[in-house]
Design a protein around this ligand. Structure first.
Ligand SMILES: Cc1cc2nc3c(=O)[nH]c(=O)nc-3n(C[C@H](O)[C@H](O)[C@H](O)COP(=O)(O)OP(=O)(O)OC[C@H]3O[C@@H](n4cnc5c(N)ncnc54)[C@H](O)[C@@H]3O)c2cc1C
Length: 322
């Protein structure tokens, strides 16, 4: 593949509400995509994982830098830069409004809100939790979150906390050390009740209770950075309905996150790699140094990708793999 276009409605580097924890799986993918060294050089390594049970028992597990914290703004920027380095064209500020289809209903590109059309042989949709093009008609299931950032908290360095607090059950609250002096603290709870109805919980009250109960002392002399931020994490226990002729959905747009932890970075990257492999297989052949590598790199932060296959009229069957 030599013609890959990556579009995003945002302008990079840009903030993304996220704990910014890169799991061992995410780090492995970062290595494979060629940004491993830069990620490790900028990230805060996790030396210990402290897990607190609902009964307030504590486990302290060695992590030995197998996971790291790197602000999403910086991580996503590294991926965008790497994609560009490999020849992917990046259109920031392009807000997709509609998928373009041919007479047979096959996806052949995207239209922006400004009316600009991008034609493509294959379109990969990665527009996140608030996806708008997905063919998945099942009711959305999501985790609700709220988080904030503090500078100067009195907490042991490089120690990540996962606190399974009874008020947040069955999910948890966290504290992730982003740098030697900055932490983020957040909560995640089920967004729906057992019948699939909105849980209607007061997130701010839950968050404040969690923060004060667990971190009041540690935050006494700390400075809050900005406001609290929240965002849904869409999940599914059964990934499906993420293909259409000419198009594939990846990452949260395909609901590929972990339903018990909310982890979604490695899943978004891995599904992007699977989708890229599938498109390359369908396109049938690659040419030159950019080929598959470039396509693979056009994964997570971005969104709709245009891949012009070298084999006109190739069938879409191979795309079913993801
Ligand atoms: C509070 C919180 C904490 C989290 N913490 C972690 C964590 O520590 N570790 C972890 O692994 N996961 C975490 N997650 C989950 C993780 O952030 C997501 O699962 C992951 O970012 C999904 O990646 P994605 O590329 O699918 O979507 P996103 O990262 O959401 O990217 C979607 C992109 O699509 C663009 N976009 C949207 N609509 C359009 C459009 N119409 N046209 C053009 N562009 C568009 C957006 O600008 C955005 O850049 C957390 C999530 C939340 C909410």
């Amino acid at each position: 593949m030599t013609d890959v276009v990556l579009v995003d409605r945002g302008w990079f580097p840009r903030d993304k509400t996220c704990g910014s924890g890169l799991s061992p799986a995410a780090l492995q993918l970062a290595e494979a995509l060629g940004v491993g060294e830069k990620v490790r050089a900028r990230a805060n390594p996790v030396d210990w994982v402290r897990i607190v049970t609902p009964g307030r028992e504590e486990l302290l597990l060695p992590a030995n830098s197998a996971a790291v914290i790197l602000l999403r703004k910086d991580f996503n920027q590294l991926l965008v830069e790497r994609a560009r380095e490999l020849g992917v064209r990046f259109h920031a500020g392009f807000r997709a409004s509609e998928l373009l289809r041919d007479g047979a209903g096959r996806v052949v590109g995207v239209r922006g809100f400004d009316g600009v059309e991008l034609r493509a042989s294959f379109v990969l949709c990665a527009d996140g939790a608030h996806y708008i093009f997905s063919p998945d008609r099942r009711p959305k299931r999501f985790i609700s979150t709220l988080m904030g950032w503090w500078e100067g908290a009195e907490l042991p360095p490089r120690r990540l906390n996962m606190v399974f607090d009874r008020n947040l059950a069955p999910l948890y609250g966290w504290m992730f050390p982003e740098t030697a002096t900055r932490v983020n603290i957040g909560i995640c709870v089920d967004g729906q009740d057992a019948r699939g109805q909105p849980a209607g919980r007061n997130l701010r009250a839950l968050f404040e209770r969690f923060r004060d109960d667990r971190y009041r002392e540690a935050l006494r002399g700390a400075r809050p950075l900005g406001k609290l931020k929240g965002h849904s994490i869409v999940f599914s226990t059964w990934v499906s309905q993420c293909t259409a002729p000419g198009a594939l959905w990846v990452g949260e747009a395909a609901r590929v996150t972990h339903n018990a932890t909310g982890e979604g970075i490695s899943q978004a990257m891995q599904s992007g790699v699977f989708a890229a492999d599938a498109v390359a297989a369908v396109a049938g052949r690659t040419d030159g140094a950019l080929s598959l590598g470039a396509l693979r790199l056009a994964t997570p932060p971005a969104l709709h990708r245009r891949v012009r296959g070298r084999v006109p009229g190739e069938s879409n069957g191979g795309l079913q793999r993801s």
